[in-house]
Design a protein around this ligand. Structure first.
Ligand SMILES: C[S@@+](CC[C@H](N)C(=O)[O-])C[C@H]1O[C@@H](n2cnc3c(N)ncnc32)[C@H](O)[C@@H]1O
Length: 244
């Protein structure tokens, strides 16, 4: 075997290992979600995965977060009295789980109005009083952001939109200085936050195996009044890499 053949063999083995790890990772994620959903015996409930849009030759997906997000995050940060906005609320699974926690206020923003309708239907089926869902692009929220101090992302969009949202959040912070936390599940663009004045508070592994990958991790970023006051204005990034 010559050097080129050996290199090709190594690359092929590397590719196969990555493919197998990807399949195991996605399979485990779906298994954990399905296991949790099987315990909710409510007919007509819909937290299923939906394709929500097409960008850069890939589909964006609405998937539910790994079950137990708030119970786990609540072991690391104090949720009591916080006002939560789920940015990209999907079909409302995370909001549903948030209802069991001591938040002061819980709301969501979802660009896809069909999904927003599913949230309201799911909540009605679960016997939960209706909550506020902004049925719009999160980038069109302005003063409304000032009402919240804890923002949740399940990797809802690409790097460009995330940058623009963090920019809007900085404007909100300047209007109303306050401690802001961002709970970021599947933190694909975690390196972006530092530029907007956030420090990484904690990295939470949701599962012994999945937690080794970003699909099983939650990163909590925080900006306090002191650290935020020195944040320089940032230009918006234009990368169009898709999110989920
Ligand atoms: C992965 S799902 C989130 C599901 C939910 N947060 C959960 O954890 O169960 C991401 C959602 O973000 C929404 N989304 C994407 N871009 C958005 C935007 N610019 N404004 C508001 N929602 C957006 C998508 O429609 C999709 O439903």
């Amino acid at each position: 075997m010559n050097k080129i053949q050996l290199l090709a063999l190594i690359l092929a083995i590397y590719g196969w290992i990555n493919l197998i790890l990807l399949l195991v990772k996605k399979g485990l994620y779906h298994y954990l979600c399905q296991k949790a959903l099987n315990q909710i015996h409510v007919k007509g409930l819909d937290f299923s995965t939906t394709k929500t849009g097409f960008q850069s030759r890939k589909y964006f997906k609405c998937q539910m977060s790994l079950p137990g997000i708030w119970r786990t995050v609540g072991q690391h940060i104090d949720l009591k009295g916080r006002s939560l906005l789920d940015v990209g609320a999907g079909k409302g699974f995370t909001l549903f789980e948030a209802m069991a926690e001591p938040f002061k206020k819980v709301a969501g923003v979802e660009i896809n109005t069909d999904l927003a309708k599913v949230i309201h239907k799911n909540f009605a089926l679960l016997g939960i009083p209706p909550i506020l869902i902004f049925e719009q692009d999160c980038l069109s929220l302005e003063q409304q952001l000032d009402e919240y101090d804890l923002f949740y992302f399940f990797n809802p969009f690409n790097r460009g939109v995330l940058s623009q949202f963090l920019e809007h959040l900085n404007e909100s912070f300047n209007r109303k200085p306050r401690a802001i936390s961002i709970v970021y599940f599947y933190p694909v663009y975690d390196t972006l936050f530092k530029k907007y004045g956030y420090s990484r508070q904690v990295v939470i592994k949701m599962h012994p195996f999945l937690g080794l990958t970003k699909l099983g991790q939650v990163h909590v970023f925080e900006k306090t009044i002191k650290s935020g006051s020195s944040v320089p204005h940032q230009s918006v990034e234009k990368d169009l890499t898709p999110g989920l």
